[in-house]
Every structure is written in structure tokens, then in C-alpha cells.
Design a protein. Structure first.
Length: 100
């Protein structure tokens, strides 16, 4: 269980993400999104990244690392960082709203 929720009684922005991923594995897409939209992102990352890294290892390439470095550079742009923070805050509001 979430330490933030245990201490404060309020869910954090990522509360329910693991359960949302599990719902996706059961084919319950709508329920997963309603529980926590971050589940889609996490499930995508958990599916794509290990395969990508394994392909890089086998082919002795660094495409994952190169993409990571480019992504890191892009995410440092203030407008994009602000947008992503806003999305996290909206997700947190959604988690708080569901608790009411």
C-alpha cells in the first residue's frame, strides 16, 4: 500500500497504478483507465523497454540509450516540463476526487 496514503489518508498521484496495470492484463481497459490513467503509461513502458533493451544487447547497439538522452533533453524544456507536471496534478486531483 502507498506510504503517502498510509500517513496522510490521501492518495498520491500514482495510487492505483499497479492495480490499473493488472486490470489491463485482464483486458479491462476502461476500468484500468478509470482507476489510474498512469497504468497505461506504465504498462507500455513495462512492455516496450525491456524488449528494446534486449534487442540493443543482442545487436550490440545503443538505440535505447540514445533515445533516453534525447528524451531527457526534450523533457528539460520548461513548457513541456510544465505540461507534464500539470498532467500529474490532474491525475492527483482525479485520485482525490474518486476518494470522495
Amino acid at each position: 500500500m502507498c506510504i503517502i496514503k498510509n500517513v496522510t489518508g490521501y492518495p498520491c498521484p500514482s495510487c492505483g497504478t499497479t492495480r490499473a496495470v493488472l486490470l489491463l492484463t485482464e483486458g479491462k481497459i476502461k476500468e484500468s483507465i478509470l482507476l489510474n490513467p498512469f497504468g497505461l503509461l506504465v504498462a507500455g513502458i513495462m512492455t516496450v523497454f525491456p524488449v528494446w533493451i534486449l534487442i540493443d544487447i543482442v545487436l550490440k547497439k545503443e538505440t535505447f540509450y540514445t533515445a533516453y538522452k534525447k528524451t531527457e533533453t526534450v523533457l528539460r524544456k520548461p513548457w513541456l516540463a510544465t505540461l507534464l507536471i500539470a498532467l500529474v496534478l490532474l491525475n492527483w486531483i482525479w485520485n482525490l476526487y474518486k476518494q470522495l
